[in-house]
Design a protein around this ligand. Sequence first.
Ligand code: ADP
Ligand code: MG
Length: 566
Amino acid sequence: MSKLTGSELIAATLKRQGVHVIFGIVGIPVIDVAEACIQAGIRFIGFRNEQSAAYAASAYGYLTGKPGVCLTVGGPGVIHALAGIVNSQINCWPMVLLAGSSDTDQLGMGAFQELDQVEACKPYTKYATRPSSLATIPFAIEKALRTSAYGRPGACYVDLPADFIQAQIQDPQYIEKVQVAATAPAPKYLADPEAIKAAVDALRSAKSPLIVVGKGAAYARAESELKALIEKSNIPFLPTPMAKGLLSDTHPLCTSAARSTALKQADVVLLVGARLNWILHFGHSPRWSNNVKFIQIDIEPEEMNSNGAVTIPLVGHIPSVLDQLSQASLPRLPDSNAFLKTIKSTVHANVQKGTAKAKQGDDNAVMNYHSAFDEIKRQLPSKDIVFVSEGANTMDIARSVFDVHEPRCRLDAATFATMGVGMGFAIAAQVYYPEKRIVSIVGDSAFGFSAMELETAARAKLPLLILVINNNGIYHGLDNNDYQESRSNNTLPSTALSPDTRYDLIAEACGGRGWLAKNRKELRVAMAEALATKDTTCLINVVIAPGGRTKLEFGWMTKKGGEAKL
Ligand code: ADP
Ligand code: MG
């Protein structure tokens, strides 16, 4: 009679629930779980810090539309992974953390890595549980996976006590007897027909209608329904940063390059899976008109009327509700519409300005954001690229420079503005898109949060292309002279990082390839060589002028602040 273990039960449960990949770090007691999962044919990607593993699981949930799974040890492992849990929950992405915990008969005794993990995760999850017996583990895991994906997606947590993991099971049929059926896909629901009528009436009477597309629409895979509605109605659209690519950034109705004008002048706004939070300036003036009326499509009823906005609520699954709107006879905005004409001419003028900025700097000059990005853009193939971006100025400027043409092909610091997500996100993206080139454009400070994951990526044979935009600091840095002087006076600013840090050599040391590029010419060569590399992780240390941007352009994060750059 073959003996079974608790870890085999956990692996069989995950397999039955359709889990193909797990991100995590092993240790006692979850090492057995990881090994059983690998035996069961589940891919395990072992990270160097639980934080990055949990970020990877959160992005994988967003990309696949199914919960990303992370496996860690208890105590400190869970505390590190909490970063990814919160990131998932705030971004509304499905993710499940499974973590080892102390033996059930040692609770409260100061056991190995003991922590009340359910309590720690509870405020940031939709569901957090400690199964009461071995037999309830399949139910707990199924419920966590289901809860994280149904309704508004979010994070869930399941505790795996060490004695359950290590349990020896005598009955060879046990796993079959306690198994739970695989979760069905999330139910889809439609909006109230009365609200659809009200929304169509509002759009019909609008003089300057705008469709704001958010990452909820990307998550819900609404691209074809969205394209149909936008092209039928001729209403211009604005993607939020991670919704770029649902419709191509070069679509004639895309208003990204005229964002401020579009927000300011719009009178009726259809929000499609986008929240009126800081990213959209809370829906308040002066960024929006005082009289703007919102129509909001969202799966979460409580999101409606947020921050004082008067909203026509379309509560339902985005593609289904977009179909409802398309079927209602929505008028077509005439090409002669004044708002549409303003938007198009503003887009045109701003794109011209962008082209002028890109021309800065000859082949041997010290680079700045614009010249470096221009060079990168010239070398990149036009399709099958997934952009990952983090860092303040790097992310901000890259967002407007690099066009995205396909849905779910841009990941960034997102709603929680989390720095340090880049490596985890890039790894998750490459696992999900083996045929695409992952191009991670990250600031030097942001990269530093998870640099050791270069070893993870190289070991997993992931040909990521990581571009560290290196200006020696957070926001901006100092040149070598200023740095040495303030360092010797002990007056280094809090934003300063060491000049000439060789991030490229860290890549080499971790089994990848690295290049140092100090001007356009070197960057061109490095890009060509990196793009030709298909079997390991590549990093280009893109050195730009340290004071590349002296003023913090943070206006778009505040209620009243300066100009937006989308
Ligand atoms: P962005 O940052 O792009 O503005 P947000 O994360 O703020 O986007 O908003 C995404 C919204 O999409 C969330 O409020 C979430 O409830 C919603 N959402 C997610 N999936 C669906 C779905 N299938 N149908 C409807 N709404 C969804
Ligand atoms: Mg920097």
